[in-house]
Design a protein around this ligand. Structure first.
Ligand code: ZN
Length: 171
């Protein structure tokens, strides 16, 4: 087990050129089907086209590399309701999101439960989970959750967890 005294320095510390950062490990996932039921009327609808999107997931802390999900999904058209819809991929990410649910959930937890400022949470996500999330994005997630604002978390007793021991301090 790592103790704070021998916690190794982050090898990416001081890197200013993004091309020097480790390249992501790409994982392929598919939500590509010939038919899907229409969410409105339930009728089985044929595939109209195939699309792709990239989702940033929690990375590999041991290998030090980020992890991207290349998701292939089908788009379907319902002739009765006259609308198009995507195959369900809500288990992975919110619609139009660039990050998986796992990333957003962890980021919100770091701020709401552990009381980290947004910038420290962003750095924590990169350092420990190799996912780069701008702090403004984390702020959007937290505010969308409606959990921060009314009653500041800073009033709560901080949890003396490993993060504090490892030197991430509040501003
Ligand atoms: Zn329909």
């Amino acid at each position: 087990m790592l103790c704070p005294a021998i916690y190794p320095p982050d090898p990416t510390l001081g890197i200013t050129d993004p091309q020097m950062l480790p390249s992501p490990k790409v994982v392929r996932r598919s939500r590509n089907y010939p038919h899907r039921p229409c969410p409105e009327c339930g009728r089985s609808c044929p595939r109209e086209r195939v699309r792709t999107r990239t989702l940033h997931d929690l990375g590999d802390p041991l290998g030090g590399r980020p992890r991207d999900i290349h998701l292939t999904y089908s788009q379907h058209h319902c002739a009765r309701c006259r609308h198009s819809f995507n195959a369900d991929m809500s288990d992975l990410a919110a619609p139009k999101a660039r990050y998986t649910h796992r990333v957003a959930a962890l980021a919100v937890r770091l701020v709401v439960e552990d009381g980290l400022p947004y910038q420290a949470a962003s750095w924590h996500l990169w350092r420990d989970d190799r996912v780069f999330v701008p702090f403004a994005t984390i702020q959007n997630w937290v505010e969308a959750g409606g959990k921060k604002g009314g009653r500041p978390n800073r009033d709560r007793l901080p949890r003396l967890g490993p993060r504090r021991l490892l030197g991430i301090h509040r501003r």
